[in-house]
Design a protein around this ligand. Sequence first.
Ligand SMILES: [Cu+2]
Length: 164
Amino acid sequence: MKLAWAAQLAAVTVGVALLGPAAAHEFKAGDLTIDHPSSRPSPPRASVGVGYVSIRNDGTEADRLIGGSATVAARFEIHASTVEDGVARMRRVEDGIGLEPGATVKLASGGAHFMLLDLKAPIVKGQSFDGTLVFERAGTVPVRFTVEGFGVATPSFSHEGHQP
Ligand SMILES: [Cu+2]
């Protein structure tokens, strides 16, 4: 009786986890765990979108995130954000982002991000799209980006009018 109840509870918990709007999804590439690639809705008529991800390196050798692609955009860049004198600026990262052994690197709002350029269609909340991430050692890894709302936190800068 107790076991049956526990099994049922476990089943319910799994169901909720899968249905949750921010349900985690991850992709493996060798020693790399690519956690929750995500995007945000693009404003009307915007030609750029944004992407985020978290990557953990459980290996003993460093790797490097050097690029990627997204089906919704003609071009894909890695950007870094800095705040200088209260003004948010971003620049393209030409040499990629280092992934040291044992470290987790997060691309998140206000920091490093993927810039999806020349959008072919608006990015819509609740949808998802395919893409790849390219690593120096792990190679090209297929991933899927989920499109989430902006959440409670207001983004620290707008991508609207961003010129590459
Ligand atoms: Cu950017």
